[in-house]
Design a protein. Structure first.
Length: 468
């Protein structure tokens, strides 16, 4: 992690805060050992400053969260809500002297209703745990970030996260029906509904999704579920250029196909995955496209998409024979970011989303930026929805290379905006992209966003220094 030096909070202030917190919390829920609290200072992002939290709190109940927020308001102490800290923008990084409010122990699945097709969960439930639990009822919770085995639902809601299935099923925001939220002053508010329809009042639920803990603390969520689809089959198509692969993506989407997954890996990413996992992916390829269907007849859908890939110039198209082979191909895609990190030891993972029609221009631009800054930049992408993850690989011990990495990261975001895109499709803003959020929103949009923040958090205690 690359961060600023952590400063120790003042002992007298910390002592008063800890005593007040312990008045309403079990002793084991309040952590003060500096070696332990320091481990809660960062998420997984590079180049994001963090300060030493005064205390880490791990509540198990809504009432305990309310006590934390009332105490924080009374003593004017900042609070940084946290999940599993798998984020990639510094959104969960702590500030000096704050309360790190870790919600990982609030991990109960409170209800699964096959009739209403909903699940009611606490924020610390791990994404994969929920997916498996609803699967036992023949149901499906689609959002599946790459860190789904460790990331929490609360964190997913905070960053409005996506995943591999977004091209067909959409992002987290489309599955959050209602929330229970503890506000900055400790009041509990319920938003949304558990019904299939509902349009009463402003949609405050959507306001909290993607707010990165800056408006309130989510303590319960009502999530929409779908019937479990058939097992998907995957096709791999090899291309001699990234432009040809992006052309295939455009042909697939323009043809009215609805794949459950449409992912792209460039040559740098393919080589990195092979080096890490020895998976035997074709290193001669310039771009590898993975398409999947979970329809009643996936083989027919894959055949149609395979023909489109060949028409776009694919040198080889290989449909998987069964679910096991499909899962092997998907595992290669899921390993992409880990494999790219192994190239140089540190990465900066961009999260630029562009219109699908601009995907080819985006990848070409990233290649130019890599050459300009003499860096290795691999690209994996949720190609079906235009969400690219250009990943800058660099040596954090080399000051010049670190500088070039940061500058290349900024140029990639600038390129995304020039192409009509957005600086983040699913990772959030956090600390890393604050400057770029202001550029994307414009002065009027930024003013309105700050006004909303002021209404919910007038003292500025919730996750200060994030977003804007």
């Amino acid at each position: 992690m690359i961060m600023s030096r952590i400063e120790a909070p003042r002992d007298e202030v910390t002592g008063t805060l800890v005593d007040r917190l312990r008045d309403g919390l079990p002793a084991e829920a309040v952590l003060t050992d500096p070696d332990v609290t320091a481990s809660y200072a960062n998420d997984m992002a590079s180049f994001c400053p963090a300060g030493a939290p005064a205390v880490v709190v791990l509540p198990r109940t809504v009432e305990q969260v309310q006590h934390v927020m009332r105490t924080a308001t009374e003593l004017r102490v900042p609070v940084v809500p946290q999940g599993a800290r798998t984020g990639l923008s510094g959104g969960a990084n702590t500030s000096a002297g704050c309360i790190a409010l870790s919600l990982t122990r609030m991990d109960r699945i409170l209800e699964i209703s096959p009739v209403d097709r909903i699940a009611v969960v606490e924020p610390g439930v791990v994404n994969a745990t929920l997916s498996r639990a609803v699967g036992e009822h023949g149901l499906y919770y689609p959002p599946d970030p790459s860190s789904w085995e460790t990331c929490t639902i609360g964190g997913n809601i905070g960053t409005a996260s996506g995943g591999l299935c977004c091209v067909k099923y959409g992002v987290t925001a489309e599955y959050v029906l209602g929330l229970d939220v503890v506000l900055a002053d400790g009041r509990l508010m319920s938003t949304g509904r558990r019904t299939a329809k509902g349009v009463a009042g402003y949609d405050l639920t959507r306001l909290f999704v993607g707010s990165e803990g800056s408006l309130g603390v989510v303590v319960r969520a009502v999530l929409a579920l779908r019937p479990q689809p058939p097992r998907q089959l995957v096709l791999a198509a090899e291309f001699a250029s990234a432009a040809a692969a992006c052309d295939a993506v455009c042909r697939i989407m323009a043809g009215g196909h609805v794949p459950s997954l449409l992912e792209l890996m460039d040559r740098t990413t393919v080589k990195a995955v092979n080096a890490l996992a020895h998976m035997g992916l074709p290193e001669t390829t310039e771009a590898l496209l993975l398409a999947a269907f979970d329809t009643p007849d996936p083989a027919a859908d894959l055949a149609a998409v395979g023909a489109l890939c060949e028409a776009a110039g694919a040198s080889q198209v290989v449909p998987a024979d069964d679910a096991a082979e499909s899962e092997l191909l998907l595992q290669a895609r899921r390993l992409s970011l880990t494999a790219l990190e192994a190239v140089k030891g540190t990465t900066m993972i961009d999260d630029v989303c562009v219109p699908r029609s601009k995907l080819g221009e985006m990848l070409a631009g990233v290649e130019r930026i890599a050459q300009k800054f003499r860096l290795t930049i691999g690209v994996c992408a949720h190609a079906g929805d235009g969400n690219t993850h250009p990943t800058v690989c660099f040596d954090a011990q080399d000051p010049d290379e670190s500088r070039r990495a940061r500058e290349s990261f900024d140029e990639i975001m600038a390129l995304g905006l020039e192409l009509g895109g957005t600086i983040t499709g699913e990772h959030g803003v956090g600390v890393l992209k604050k400057e770029w959020l202001a550029r994307e929103l414009g002065p009027v949009g930024l003013e309105m966003q700050r006004a909303v923040k002021q209404v919910f958090d007038p003292l500025g205690l919730l996750n200060p220094g994030k977003l804007f």
